[in-house]
Write a protein that binds this ligand. Structure first.
Ligand code: NAP
Length: 243
């Protein structure tokens, strides 16, 4: 089987680690990114240096036309899209809900949730021979992120519900839909929240006593996509050190 995967937000952090791992396992990878072309190119270069197949594709996955273009470009490059990782996501500075603007709330919802809806919809319309989807949620979906970013947590909670519903809806078509819920993972997203040292502050509360690496999330994603998880759909893997 020609395995073709789109990884949204594949230029940095968890998405970059996932792109590299999937390429090493034989997938042709569309490394999607929004604006940081250099980072995306570095991921593609690393994959190609190992003999893998990848190309970088700029597109805002919260915009319908961009999503269509991304699927079309991937099909043109590698053939039918067989797998999808909805990884792109953002959060903003830590704040209490009373201080979150409507504009920010809507940006978070659009970037994290609408993108997941659009990419899932496009994928299942095109996956005529079954397929696999993994949505990247967050432990925030369960914890709610009080005093930090309830908007972000709510977007991830909705992704969990979308995952459950869609898994049931398309199981008969041979499309498996699962999710991972990372905990505190070493990427630059915490600096976006205004606290680069957030993991160090919270690590003592994590049962495994440390933050996770992007590669540890990528492993769970790759496993859920793989045939080893062939009887698993609508499932969630918490990659959170026991939290
Ligand atoms: P990151 O390092 O900040 O990377 C975010 C990626 O998303 C970048 O590749 C970025 O592209 C891309 N992106 C953002 N908005 C986009 C859009 N509208 N269209 C296309 N691409 C877009 O983040 P990360 O920490 O690896 O997080 C990846 C996912 O894991 C997110 O969904 C996040 O919520 C989730 N997560 C992370 C943690 C954690 O502790 N790190 C914990 C739980 C869940 P550019 O490079 O072009 O900006």
């Amino acid at each position: 089987m020609n395995k073709v995967v789109i990884v949204t937000g594949g230029s940095r952090g968890i998405g970059a680690a996932t792109s590299r791992l999937l390429a090493s396992r034989g997938y042709a990878v569309c490394v999607n990114y929004r604006s940081r072309a250099q980072e995306a190119a570095a991921v593609v270069d690393a994959i190609q240096a190992q003999g893998g197949r990848a190309f970088a594709h700029a597109g805002d996955v919260s915009v319908e036309a961009d999503v269509m273009r991304m699927f079309d470009a991937t099909e043109q490059a590698w053939g039918a899209v067989t797998h999808l990782v909805n990884n792109a996501g953002v959060l903003f500075h830590q704040a209490r809900l009373a201080d979150i603007s409507l504009e920010r709330f809507q940006t978070v919802m659009t970037t994290n949730l609408t993108s997941c809806f659009l990419c899932c919809r496009e994928a299942i319309r095109r996956m005529n021979n079954g397929g696999g989807i993994v949505n990247v949620s967050s432990m925030a979906a369960r914890l709610g992120s009080p005093n930090e970013y309830i908007d972000y947590a709510a977007s991830k909670g909705a992704i969990d519900t979308l995952t459950t519903g869609l898994a049931l809806e398309v199981a008969g078509q041979g499309i498996r839909v699962n999710a991972v819920r990372p905990g505190l993972i070493h990427t630059s997203i915490h600096a976006d929240g205004g606290e680069p040292g957030r993991i160090e502050r919270l690590a003592p509360n994590i049962p495994l006593q440390r933050g996770g690496q992007p590669e540890e999330v990528a492993s769970a994603i790759a496993w859920l996509l793989s045939d080893e998880a062939s009887y698993i759909t609508g499932a969630f893997i918490d990659v959170a050190g026991g939290r």
